[in-house]
Design a protein around this ligand. Structure first.
Ligand code: NAD
Ligand code: MG
Length: 380
């Protein structure tokens, strides 16, 4: 029996991870959950799931019996490292997941990681935490899970390239001029996946795929030159690995995140899952296109940041996180998201990221630069 902590349990991934735990009462028991900001859904989860520990961002307004309720950042890091926990599902969104990730890895946990921002920003710190401890990192992000599974079929030095598929988001076929006035509501309508707000927006801007290029590089230790992106609007092929003999391994399934979540938790075993089986004969044709880098500057910037290293990936991520907040608040236009990231990267003086303080400082700088961009835009 594995004891599971789901960090970010009220989110899209968190709720699906709970579903996986419930599906396998013989394999998993829920030890802890955590969430941020909205209290009602968290209280409902505590009532329904009765975890041993529940951590919220601030004190809860009502008492709960039977669950040890804690609050604040330190309580979150403690839950990630709790000696009772075997598997941590990291389903927090944004760079806020970085400290709990390091805490879990140092304590030797298996981390089923959905969060990509922490990997993009954490770079060498995550690598070091993996080297010094017994911790292991199993990808949940569907593309990374697909790469992980395809990589299980060959040796590393036999790999020619990793091929990340991208749905292209809801505006893949629209001319760029039309994108200027996209509203948050339009941006949140993802064609093939139902996800949290920020990642849905990132899929529309292609920032998500940019983050995933860097995420793949961090997880599997390949340079940008060996990572390719292909637009595949149907989201049936989740990613592929091309080997040097010309063989391409692909991973296919229905678009259901419970599948990669579960595999990260049960690896190296495969178990029955709640995901519907794939009926390829009922699918329309599967198509693939090379992305036009000029049309998707977010993707080109990610490759550039990966190559530059240092704080550039942190700034790419931090600027994007801030720009997304401003877009949802109606203070930035859709195309201004990538423009503000580019603005921040242009002004950032790159330097090595030696520790967490360096990373958080670069992240803060990126956010301030986006605010500066926003002010200059609005005063025009
Ligand atoms: P979401 O917004 O639906 O949920 C986020 C969760 O994190 C919530 O429980 C929230 O309370 C918690 N949280 C938010 N800010 C926090 C903070 N500062 N400190 C602590 N907790 C905080 O997000 P999601 O769509 O479930 O995505 C979670 C992560 O997984 C993201 O990094 C995303 O990129 C990645 N991911 C998601 C999907 C998907 O299908 N949703 C797919 C692949 C990867
Ligand atoms: Mg993904």
């Amino acid at each position: 029996m594995k004891h599971v902590a789901i960090l970010g349990s009220t989110g899209s991934i968190g709720r699906q991870a709970l579903d996986v735990v419930r599906t396998h009462p013989d394999l998993f028991s829920l030890y802890g959950i955590s969430a941020h900001s909205s209290e009602a859904p968290f209280l409902a989860q505590i009532e329904a799931e009765r975890p041993k520990v529940a951590v919220f961002s601030r004190p809860l307004s009502t008492d709960v019996s039977g669950t040890d309720v804690r609050w604040g950042d330190q309580a979150l890091y403690d839950l990630a490292a709790d000696p009772q926990v075997d598997v941590v599902v990291l389903a927090i969104s944004g760079i806020a997941a970085l400290t709990p990730l390091l805490s879990a890895l140092k304590a030797g946990k298996r981390v089923a990681i959905a969060n990509k921002e922490s990997l993009v920003c954490g770079g060498d710190l995550v690598k070091k935490a993996l080297e010094v401890g017994e911790g292991e990192l199993l990808p949940v992000d569907s593309e990374q899970s697909a790469l992980f599974q395809c990589l299980e079929n060959g040796r590393r030095d036999e790999v020619e390239k990793l091929i990340l598929t991208a749905s292209g988001g809801p505006f893949f076929r629209r001319p760029r001029e039309e994108l200027k006035n996209i509203t948050p509501e339009q941006a949140l309508k993802h064609p093939t996946w139902s996800m949290g707000r920020k990642i849905s927006l990132d899929s529309a801007t292609l920032m998500n795929k940019g983050l995933e290029v860097m995420e793949a590089s961090r997880l599997f230790d390949f340079p940008g030159e060996q990572i390719e992106v292909l637009i595949h609007p149907q989201s049936v092929v989740h990613s592929m690995v091309a080997y040097r003999d010309g063989t391409v391994m692909a991973n296919l399934s229905t678009a259901d995140m419970r599948l990669p979540i579960q595999y990260a938790m049960t690896w190296p075993r495969r178990m029955p899952s709640p995901a519907a089986p794939l009926k390829l004969w009922e699918r329309p044709e599967l198509t693939f296109f090379k992305p036009d880098m000029a049309r998707f500057p977010a993707l080109q910037m990610a490759y550039d940041c990966l190559k530059a290293g240092g704080g550039c990936p942190v700034v790419y991520n931090g600027a994007n996180e801030r720009a997304a907040e401003l877009f949802f608040a109606g203070a930035l236009g859709f195309l201004e998201i990538e423009e503000s990231v580019s603005f921040a990267l242009d002004r950032f003086r790159n330097r090595p990221m030696r520790d967490l303080e360096d990373i958080l400082a670069a992240d803060g700088e990126a956010r301030r630069l986006v605010d500066e961009f926003q002010k200059t835009r609005r005063s025009k």
